[in-house]
Design a protein around this ligand. Sequence first.
Ligand code: SF4
Length: 352
Amino acid sequence: MNRFEYVRPNTVVEAVAAALAPGAAFLAGGTNLLDLMKSGVARPARVVDLTRVPDLDRIEQLPDGGMRIGALVRNSDLAYDTSFASNYPAVSEALLSGASAQLRNAATTSGNLLQRTRCPYFYDIASACNKREPGAGCDAIGRETRAHAVLGRSAHCIATHPSDLCVALVALDAVVEVHGRSGRRDVALEALYRQPGDAPERETVLEPGELVVAVRLPSAAAGFAGHSRYLKVRDRTSYAFAVVSAVAGLRIEDNRIVEGRLALGGVASKPWRARAAEELLSGQEPGEDLFQLVADAALAGAKSTGGSVFKIELARRVVRRSLRLATAGTPKLPPALPASVFTMTPGSSFHG
Ligand code: SF4
């Protein structure tokens, strides 16, 4: 491991100032950064530990009915927060489908948003990777691509974003609060992420030193609470990243969909909001023919160069099934294995 400077600021302003130094990296739960440092993928010159910055670990109800989640709120605490889980059950289900219980106890909201891809070539420092070393090339293209993107890819990078949480947040119009040297600004979570283009090393629109301090969900997002599900296909039933996932949220009145939300995970360079597909849901009666049309629209333009080709049809099926589950309604007692395609049996491991 390389030598690095360790600093522990006491305020957001101090943290931003500390992170303006060249090669600085924020440390929150450490569940991704420490792995990257140990494997030599990340070599920060300065680690800015945020854990002493006050008030970043709060979950707050906002006066307008929305909720604000501090950057350092642990994934477990958020998933099991009764008020949060009842307003945004699909977000809670997505959180509980991620990683392991131990990791969810340590991992933070902002860390989840800003985690790096799990592309195996990115983690293998003997492989060429444009994201790790701009201009080096991409060893994934033309080789093993099972874990790679079918949407939002470029000729320079085909990596996927690994988060479950962000898929559900993007579908619900989450907004990120960011502090930088010029003060505070809001960024829609969907707009936080860049597509790889010819600069896959730049994954977000964050400027040097900018710190994510919170995520907000609007009150309108709670309108999907009665009909929303997160569904995740993975190689193991727990402790595995999504091969394909989807979140579906519906507002249903008199057996018609007033408004639908749909986003996919595991298939794209960013949490992938399927807006054109969502529009097909408005004003329609839920049913298999409609869900087929929506699934086809969600995957329109999907491409693969090899091992990931199966994900295109798999994603269509996951979309259809997530819409079917959302139509049936959010269960009062959520499944013991959240987001699993194998069991939908109500259980007690959720926020019940
Ligand atoms: Fe690197 Fe992206 Fe290629 Fe993976 S797909 S090796 S992250 S450039």
